[in-house]
Ligand binder design. Structure first.
Ligand code: HEC
Length: 153
């Protein structure tokens, strides 16, 4: 009597467990395509939205730059030079700003490569330059900043 009860209980457990396994694997196969579809559609919506903003708004990572740099055409220099149309120009060439000698004599042209290196580590790229900024460690943020600087030309 006891034994058949035990077997009965074990059987029920085994049956229940196999149901659970079936249920789990069903869920797994069903939810994957749905998840993919959901991510796919939301990703494309996001990229369209940020693409549309790129030409007008500064990325969040640019906020710290604005404490020292103006970006509007003709705006006064701040602690740093106005960055309007800096992309593609020679370093240290904005009139009316007193650059460090290191910057003025660097011979650097601000393209994607030089800006990326300068913004990652200003002091490593141009030792002795006067930009009191430690650097932006995040490559994606640097990319966004450089894309934004290009829109100012
Ligand atoms: C604390 C103030 C400060 C901050 C913050 C700062 N800068 Fe500067 N920046 C300067 C100064 C000062 C110079 C001029 C350096 C020199 O002459 O040695 C400069 C120079 C530059 C130049 C070269 C301009 C030219 O005409 O050659 C670029 C490009 C630049 N900064 C971009 C940025 C970006 C992008 C950020 C934000 C990620 C940033 N800076 C953050 C102060 C700052």
């Amino acid at each position: 009597m006891t034994r058949s009860l035990v077997i009965g209980v074990m059987g029920a457990i085994a049956f229940g467990a196999s149901l659970l396994i079936t249920a789990c694997s069903d869920n797994g196969t069903e939810s994957d395509p749905q998840a993919d579809a959901a991510t796919g559609s939301s990703a494309s919506v996001t990229s369209v939205a940020s693409g549309a903003q790129a030409s007008v708004a500064a990325p969040e990572s640019f906020a710290i730059c604005e404490s020292c740099h103006a970006v509007q055409e003709g705006a006064d220099h701040g602690i740093g030079p106005n960055l309007h149309s800096v992309f593609g120009t020679a370093a240290g060439s904005k009139s009316g700003f007193e650059y460090s000698e290191v910057m003025a004599a660097s011979g650097v042209i601000w393209d994607e490569e030089s800006l990326n290196a300068y913004l990652q580590s200003p002091q490593e790229f141009l030792p002795g330059n006067r930009m009191a900024f430690l650097g932006e460690a995040d490559a994606q943020a640097r990319g966004e900043i450089i894309d934004f600087l290009k829109t100012l030309n």
